[in-house]
Write a protein that binds this ligand. Structure first.
Ligand code: ATP
Ligand code: MG
Length: 644
């Protein structure tokens, strides 16, 4: 029972409860994820085939980490072959199931996955055609919200009552048709269609046989359709284990339903509820500050969370003149941490909004510090999308978006008109030169296809970069071009981790993961670099030192609007602080460039809720000059006029 050693009493109780419904609730860092990892291993030791165990988590990175931990624990137990549990995100599980069974409900086997960009492109074109006056962004979020509730276009149209809803239903109908013409599903379709698939009695019977035990981490952030998927797979046996923390629900803006957690016992009668109270992650100082923040929320259940860890260092607070100073301050502090022995991969810089990363990146580059921006950005880069579009076009000639993109990267004189004509009538409709150009392009796609079928995925990517002419063009360009090329090469290095798979499957998996890197997710190129990411992306992770940046009113907490719940902002800050094991830094800037204009703000109200005795202000770099008399952090801003 090696795998139960090192767990506390409550954790052990949870880990050894293998059959029947189980709910583990606990605050941050109490070992929820650790417990379910050990529980999976325990189940295998009890004779449940590893392949019957399904674990679902929120991000690809978390899934990868859990897979590693289970693998390590299993190999400790006994060296012989155990097989492996399936550990996936809801989206990657959905892709897997749809590839296998989707044809039953009319989803083509080789379907493409549209990312947000693709969806926006389609909707923009549709709005232009329809002459509609609703922003495509709003339509997409309405469609997405409806799908997350399990509604398809028909159901939405049937219940649309307002002018706005009817207009959205019309655009949605066209959007649906466009996606179908491309053999494409968007993110939300992946879940929606999987829900539909699981209602097929034959399919669900097979899946319930395949997966006898289901575990879901970060359950507080599941939406209606994810709940449905989990419930259906668990079936009447109800071997379902959910793990969560109401205080860490940060996705209600994407229809996460707290009720899923709150009504778990009702949905699954006979549930054993285990609460964990000891935090093993953070120092007392960090935990006290985090508790003070979350206790201010009214919409929560009271909870005890303590730690036996030491007091640790004070929280460092620094106020800076602007975002550039803030970035410089952080870079210098990172340098000190590195010098005093903190490994780079144990440091993370968190921000509320993506735009904040630019200034930070520049400071890191200037100070020559190793860093990684985690999140969707890498796969959002135009040059990476270019390479991927060749792969997708080679695999799916119907994917117009990819054909158009690849045909133009680098430009090879194939215009939109030629492409349209070719799509409608093949090569015959084209003039002599256009035909020759198109032929060359199509034969390139054929050669790429052949490489996909036979070569290592990393080689195929290099083949695309070279044969497309992108390498030659970029290598001869300016510094930015060379950086683009370096990013493409980075994609090829990333491809190496797919080289062990059969060639085509490797590329398909790479494309899938690239498409599934939604913005809560992370791309991790490995050791030796400081992580820069949004607070949302940091969920579930831990680092020795954490910087929470942009602690300003209107940024963190974000501006109050219709869809911004102030309590959710607080939960988000709680998540941010509790990522830190040893040292927490909070920074704010007095002025910040936001979407092109300079704004002056006040420090975040959250700062006032932390006991001053836990905080040490760093004035070495800062502009803040505390006035006499002590008191609140906001004292120095009493006289707001002097700032403007
Ligand atoms: P979050 O809410 O942030 O997801 P969590 O509850 O999932 O946190 P884990 O990530 O599982 O917490 O654990 C937090 C840290 O505490 C990890 O480093 C883990 O190894 C450690 N830990 C958990 N339980 C124990 C234990 N019984 N003994 C020693 N260390 C533990
Ligand atoms: Mg966890």
């Amino acid at each position: 029972m090696e795998h139960l050693k090192g767990l506390n009493q409550a954790q052990k109780q949870a880990a050894s409860h293998v059959d029947g419904p189980l709910l583990i609730v606990a605050g941050a860092g109490a070992g929820k994820t650790k417990t379910i990892t050990h529980r999976m291993v325990h189940a295998v030791c009890q004779g449940i085939p590893a392949s019957s165990i399904l674990g679902v988590t929120f991000t690809n990175k978390a899934a990868g980490e859990m897979r590693e931990r289970v693998r390590a624990l299993l190999s400790q137990e006994r060296p012989d072959e155990w097989g492996e549990p399936t550990i996936a995100t809801f989206h990657s599980l959905a892709v897997r199931l749809l590839r296998e069974f989707g044809e039953r409900i009319g989803v083509p086997r080789g379907f493409a996955i549209w990312d947000r960009d693709d969806s926006m492109k389609s909707l923009k074109a549709i709005q232009k055609d329809l002459g509609g006056d609703i922003e495509p962004r709003k339509i997409l979020s309405a469609i997405s919200a409806a799908k997350s509730e399990g509604k398809d276009q028909k159901a939405y149209a049937a219940s649309a009552s307002s002018y706005m809803e009817r207009a959205i239903a019309r655009s949605w109908e066209k959007y649906e048709a466009d996606a179908r013409a491309h053999d494409a599903l968007d993110f939300d379709d992946l879940l929606l269609k999987t829900g539909e698939l699981l209602r097929d009695p034959d399919i669900i019977a097979r899946l319930q046989e395949r997966y006898s035990h289901v575990t879901i981490d970060e359950y507080q952030d599941t939406n209606a359709i994810q709940y449905e998927i989990a419930r259906l797979i668990a079936g009447p046996r109800m071997n379902i284990c959910a793990v969560g923390d109401l205080d860490q629900c940060i996705y209600t803006w994407r229809q996460a339903k707290l009720e899923n957690l709150l009504s778990f016992e009702k949905s699954f009668p006979g549930t054993l509820v285990v609460t964990l109270e000891q935090n093993y992650r953070s120092t007392q100082t960090i935990l006290a500050a985090a508790n003070a923040i979350i206790e201010k929320n009214t919409n929560r259940l009271p909870k005890r969370l303590y730690t036996e860890n030491g007091t640790g260092e004070a929280i460092t607070l620094a106020g800076l003149a602007d975002e550039l100073d803030e970035a410089r301050y952080i870079a210098s502090s990172v340098r000190e941490l590195l010098a005093s022995g903190t490994p780079a991969q144990e440091i993370a810089v968190l921000f509320r909004e993506n735009f904040q990363s630019r200034a930070l990146e520049e400071a890191f580059i200037r100070q020559n510090l190793p860093y990684r921006v985690l999140g969707v950005r890498f796969f959002e880069r135009a040059e990476i999308k270019d390479v991927l579009s060749y792969l997708r076009a080679a695999l799916n000639r119907k994917s117009t978006i990819d054909i158009v993109r690849a045909a133009g990267a680098p430009p090879r004189g194939i215009g939109k008109i030629s492409l349209d004509k070719w799509r409608e009538g093949g090569l015959d409709g084209l003039s002599g030169t256009a035909q020759a150009k198109m032929r060359t392009f199509l034969s390139l796609l054929d050669r790429i296809k052949a490489s996909i079928e036979t070569a290592l995925p990393s080689e195929t990517i290099r083949f695309v970069i070279g044969e497309s002419g992108m390498r030659m063009k970029l290598a001869g360009g300016d510094a930015e071009d060379r950086e683009r090329l370096a990013n493409m090469e980075e994609l090829a290095s990333l491809g190496v981790s797919y080289d062990a798979m059969p060639p085509r499957e490797g590329i398909e998996r790479l494309l899938e993961e690239a498409a599934l890197m939604s913005d809560q997710d992370s791309y991790d190129a490995g050791e030796g670099a400081v992580s820069l990411m949004t607070v949302h992306a940091a969920k579930g992770l831990e680092f020795e030192a954490i910087f929470v940046t942009g602690m300003e009113q209107g940024l963190f907490p974000a501006m109050r609007g219709d869809d911004r719940d102030p309590e959710e902002e607080r939960r988000l800050f709680y998540v941010a602080m509790t990522r830190a094991k040893k040292k927490l830094y909070l920074t704010y800037a007095r002025s910040r460039l936001k979407y092109g204009s300079r704004e002056y703000g006040l420090p975040s109200e959250f700062l006032d809720d932390i006991d001053r005795r836990l905080i040490e202000e760093d004035l070495a770099f800062g502009v803040s000059r505390p006035r006499g008399g002590g008191g609140g952090i906001l004292d120095m801003y009493e006289d707001e006029d002097t700032i403007r």
